[in-house]
Every structure is written in structure tokens, then in C-alpha cells.
Design a protein around this ligand. Structure first.
Ligand code: G3D
Ligand code: MG
Length: 202
């Protein structure tokens, strides 16, 4: 009897959990993006006032429920000296959101180099990649048409992984839903290679 109810409980309330890393240089908008995603997908969540968001030194964690799955986001610090810490999360993650500051032309190469290093890791094989050309609300920013070819130069390193470059404004929330939808579908499709984290199994 207990098993029956537990099975039903599990069916109704337990969701497969997947980990998504939010990476990118410092100031790209990672923490603002995480707040925007939580605001869009959590009923009643109003979000932090952008003026309250300070530089991330350790990590911010936040989760959303998307249909029948739970996405847990890890927003890691992007400063150069913190980037080596990213590596520790690679083996366990199910997807990466790579945030690019499209308004900062000067650091575009630096951002692309950090991206290349990240996708070159053996622990990242097969992980879906969503590259976000952020800050599209800034008039003089690089559009997705400019950002996409830069990241597509890494096609050989990307290989057969799902990879998409999308325009977004973490500040206004424009484009946030589309990105999460795309990523969630990739994560589900990829779940044989990277099965969900299930606390009952550990
Ligand atoms: P990080 O977590 O990647 O380091 P933050 O970046 O989320 O802390 O954002 C860095 C700065 O960029 C913040 O500005 C934030 O408001 C701004 N920002 C983030 N996303 C957008 C966006 O889509 N459009 C615009 N216009 N600005 C954005 P401050 O001034 O607080 O440093
Ligand atoms: Mg941050």
C-alpha cells in the first residue's frame, strides 16, 4: 500500500532535476539573467532589484520548474581568477548557458577564448550549449547576426553538441523564455547521455 502511494506521490510531485551552469565573463549579465529567469518562471517571484545585484564572487543558485522537470542553475563568478573553478562543475552539469555582453566589443575575443577553453574540457562532451548575446536593449550593441559567426568559428570544438546563439536582454527579460524552452528540450533529449540528478539514487 505504502509503495502504491509513494509511487503516486513521486509521479505527481517529484521532478527530474537537471543542473545548468551559467557562465561568461564578469559583467556579462549572468546574475541578472538568473533573476530574470526566476521571475519569468516562478509565480509570485518579483526578483531582485537590478541595483541590488552585486558582483558574484562565489556562486548564486536558483531553480525553476519547467513542465515536468526542474532546472537548477549555478551562476558562477566570471572573473579571470575564478574561471578555473568552473571546471569543478563540468562533470555534473547537464547544460551550459554562456552569457556574452554584446555591448562590450573590446572583450568579445576574451569572452570567445573563455568559451573555447570551457567547451574543450573532456567533461563537457555532449553538453548542450546556449550562447546568449545579452544586453540587446543597448542600441549600439552587437546584434545576434554579429555575435553568431564569432561563436560559430568554434564549430569544430562544438562538434555534435546542440548549440544555439540567441539574442536576449536579461534586464528587460526579452528572449529569456525562448532560451529556456530550447535548452529544456535539448536537456530532455540528451538525458540518456546525461541522466537527471535524482536525490533518491544517491
Ligand atoms: P555578472 O553576474 O555576469 O557579473 P551582472 O553580471 O548580472 O552583475 O550584470 C552586470 C551589469 O550589466 C549590471 O549593471 C547589470 O544591470 C547590467 N546588465 C545585465 N544584463 C543587462 C541587459 O540585458 N541590458 C543592460 N542594459 N544591462 C544589463 P551595473 O550597472 O549594475 O554594473
Ligand atoms: Mg554575477
Amino acid at each position: 500500500m505504502f509503495t502504491l502511494f509513494y509511487g503516486l506521490y513521486k509521479y505527481m510531485f517529484k521532478k527530474d532535476e537537471y543542473f545548468v551552469l551559467i557562465l561568461g565573463l564578469d559583467n556579462a549579465g549572468k546574475t541578472t539573467y538568473l533573476e530574470a529567469a526566476k521571475t519569468k518562471f516562478t509565480r509570485g517571484y518579483k526578483g531582485l532589484n537590478p541595483s541590488k545585484i552585486t558582483t558574484t564572487v562565489g556562486q548564486n543558485v536558483g531553480g525553476i520548474v519547467y513542465g515536468d522537470i526542474k532546472l537548477s542553475f549555478w551562476d558562477l563568478g566570471g572573473q579571470e581568477e575564478l574561471q578555473p573553478l568552473w571546471e569543478k562543475y563540468y562533470a555534473e552539469c547537464h547544460a551550459v548557458i554562456y552569457v556574452v555582453d554584446s555591448a562590450d566589443r573590446e572583450r568579445m575575443d576574451e569572452s570567445k577564448d573563455a568559451f573555447d577553453r570551457m567547451i574543450s574540457s573532456a567533461n563537457m562532451i555532449g553538453v548542450p550549449l546556449l550562447v546568449l548575446a545579452n544586453k540587446q536593449d543597448i542600441p549600439e550593441c552587437m546584434g545576434v547576426r554579429e555575435v553568431k559567426p564569432i561563436f560559430n568559428q568554434s564549430a569544430d570544438l562544438i562538434g555534435r553538441r546542440d548549440c544555439m546563439v540567441m539574442p536576449v536582454s536579461a534586464l528587460t527579460g526579452a528572449g529569456v523564455d525562448e532560451g529556456i524552452e530550447w535548452l529544456a528540450e535539448c536537456i530532455k533529449r540528451n538525458s540518456e547521455l546525461r541522466p537527471p540528478h535524482n536525490p533518491d539514487d544517491t
